[in-house]
Ligand binder design. Structure first.
Ligand code: SAH
Length: 448
C-alpha cells in the first residue's frame, strides 16, 4: 500500500478519535466519517509501519447504522465525529471501545454495565467560541485554529446561538477588533457562555486581549433583549498573554453578578467563569449517583480526590458520615467550601493540595477512609497515589471516575497488582456525538 492508492475497504471498528477503521493487507486503515458496516472506496493519504490514514471517496455499500447528518458544520468542525451514525450505534461503539480498552490495557476481561445516556442534543451548559477575522463565531477545525463558522451548534442550548448572533452583529456595527494569534494583536479572542441547566441563569464573558471593552452598554442591552431575565452576568475575561490557553486569570463584571448558580443532585452550586463544572449536568447527576452507589457510601467516611468545586462529595454528603475533598486549584477549593456553607453541609472538609501529597500525608497521620473516590484529569493517577491508597489507606472500595478510558485501564491494572480487583464498571455518555466517553468503575480488595 502506498500514498494515493485507491482501495476498497470494509469498516469494522472505530478509533478512540471516532474514525472508522478497516483492515487491508494486515494494516489498519483509519478513515474519518465512515461507519462500521460501510464498504467504501478510500484514497490512502499517509502510510506508517502498521497503519495508514485514508480519505473517504465513495461509499460502495452503506452501513445500516448511517443517518442523515443534521449539522452544516459537521466534518469540518472539530467537535462532533458521530453525526453520520444513529445515536444507538454511537452508544454501542462507545461501550465496545471501553470494554476493549479495559481488556487490552487493564488486563481484565469483564463486560461493562450498559452505557448510561440521556439526550443527545443541546446537552452542553458551556461553550467557548473563537471568533475569526471577519467577526464570525464558530468552532476550531480538528487539530487547527481555523474557525469554522456555526450558526446554531446542536450541542448547545438554543439561547447560546441567539447570544452569539447578537454579538456578531455588535462586532460588525461597532467594528470591534478581533484578536490575531500570529501577530498577538487585536481585542476580542473568545466568547464564553455558561448556563445553569436547572436555574436557566446565563453568564457571558468576552475574553479580550485588553483591559476594557468599547461599546459594552450597547452589547449588554442587545444580549438582554434576547436572553431576558435569564441573563445574570456579563463579564470581560482579561487574557493579554501570547498563549493558546483560552481564559485569563482575571474577570471583571460589566453587568449583573460575578457568579451564576446551578442545582446538581439537589445541591446548589456557585459557578464563576473559571470554575470547573461538568458540561453535561443531567449526565453528571447520573454519573455521581452511580459513583455513590458503587461506593456504598451510607454512613461511611469518603475521601473525594480531585474534587474540583466539591460537586461529587457534596452530592453524597447527606448519606455519608463524612466527606473529605482534595483539589490542587485554590479557587476551586474556595468554591467547594462556599458551596458546602450555602447548602448547610457540615460534614464536609476541603483541602487544597496535590492528591498524591495529600495521600502520603493522610497515610502518615493514620487517616482511615472507607471509600476513596478518584476523578483525575485525562492523565490519570500517579503510581505513588495508587500505592498509598491500596497499601496504606486501605479503603473498602475505590471508585474511579474517568474521562480517559486508556489511563483508567492502565490504573486498573496497577490497582490489580496491589490487590484491588475491578468489580464493575459503567460507561456514561456525557459527550454525545463526540468521541469522548466517561467511565465509572469500582474496585475492592480481592476476595471482598
Ligand atoms: N470531581 C470534580 C472535578 C474533576 S476534574 C467534578 O466532577 O466536577 C479533575 C480535577 O482535578 C480538576 O478540578 C483539577 O484541577 C484537579 N487536579 C488536577 N491535578 C491535580 C492534582 N495533582 N492534585 C489534585 N487535584 C488535581
Amino acid at each position: 500500500m502506498k500514498k494515493n492508492d485507491e482501495i476498497i475497504l470494509s469498516i469494522t471498528d472505530y478509533t478512540a478519535e471516532g474514525s472508522g477503521v478497516g483492515k487491508y493487507e494486515g494494516m489498519a486503515v483509519f478513515v474519518p466519517l465512515t461507519a462500521v458496516g460501510d464498504t467504501a472506496k478510500v484514497k490512502i493519504l499517509k502510510v506508517k509501519k502498521t497503519y495508514a490514514f485514508g480519505k473517504l471517496m465513495e461509499i460502495t455499500e452503506k452501513s445500516n447504522c448511517r443517518t442523515e447528518n443534521d449539522c452544516s458544520a459537521f466534518s469540518r468542525c472539530g467537535g462532533c465525529v458521530f453525526r453520520h451514525i444513529s445515536y444507538e450505534a454511537e452508544l454501542k461503539a462507545k461501550e465496545i471501545k471501553v470494554y476493549e480498552t479495559v481488556k487490552r490495557i487493564g488486563g481484565v476481561d469483564l463486560k461493562p454495565q450498559p452505557v448510561m445516556y440521556d439526550k443527545e442534543i443541546r446537552y452542553r451548559n458551556k461553550a467557548q467560541y473563537p471568533v475569526n477575522k471577519d467577526g464570525r463565531v464558530g468552532f476550531y477545525a480538528t487539530h487547527s485554529h481555523r474557525v469554522i463558522p456555526c450558526e446554531d451548534c446542536l450541542l448547545q442550548p438554543e439561547v447560546f446561538s441567539l447570544l452569539t448572533r447578537e454579538t456578531e452583529k455588535w462586532i460588525r456595527k461597532y467594528n470591534i477588533s478581533i484578536y490575531n494569534e500570529e501577530e498577538h494583536k487585536g481585542l476580542l479572542r473568545h466568547i464564553f457562555i455558561r448556563q445553569g441547566e436547572a436555574t436557566k441563569e446565563i453568564m457571558l464573558a468576552l475574553v479580550i486581549n485588553g483591559e476594557s471593552l468599547p461599546h459594552a452598554k450597547e452589547l449588554i442591552s442587545s444580549l438582554k433583549a434576547v436572553a431576558g431575565e435569564n441573563l445574570k452576568s456579563v463579564q470581560i475575561n482579561i487574557n493579554t498573554a501570547d498563549t493558546n490557553v483560552i481564559m485569563g486569570d482575571k474577570c471583571v463584571t460589566l453587568y449583573g453578578e460575578d457568579y451564576i448558580s446551578d442545582i446538581l443532585c439537589g445541591v446548589k452550586i456557585r459557578l464563576s467563569a473559571l470554575s470547573f463544572y461538568q458540561v453535561n449536568r443531567t449526565m453528571a447527576e447520573k454519573l455521581y449517583e452511580k459513583a455513590a452507589q458503587y461506593g456504598d457510601i451510607h454512613g461511611k467516611t469518603v475521601l473525594d480526590l480531585y474534587c474540583g468545586a466539591g460537586t461529587i462529595g457534596l452530592s453524597l454528603a447527606n448519606k455519608a458520615k463524612k466527606v473529605i475533598g482534595v483539589e490542587i486549584i485554590p479557587e476551586a477549593i474556595e468554591d467547594a467550601k462556599f458551596n458546602a456553607g450555602e447548602n448547610d453541609i457540615q460534614n464536609a472538609e476541603f483541602y487544597c493540595l496535590d492528591a498524591t501529597e495529600f495521600g502520603e500525608k493522610a497515610a502518615k497521620e493514620g487517616m482511615k477512609a472507607d471509600v476513596v473516590i478518584l476523578d483525575p484529569p485525562r492523565k490519570g493517577l500517579t503510581e505513588e497515589l495508587i500505592s498509598t491508597v491500596a497499601e496504606k489507606l486501605n479503603p473498602q472500595r475505590v471508585v474511579y471516575v474517568s474521562c480517559d478510558v486508556g489511563t483508567l485501564a492502565r490504573d486498573i491494572k496497577i490497582f490489580g497488582e496491589k490487590g484491588y480487583e475491578l468489580k464493575e464498571y459503567t460507561p456514561a455518555d456525557l459527550f454525545p456525538r463526540t468521541a469522548h466517553v466517561e467511565t465509572v468503575a469500582v474496585m475492592s480488595k480481592a476476595g471482598v
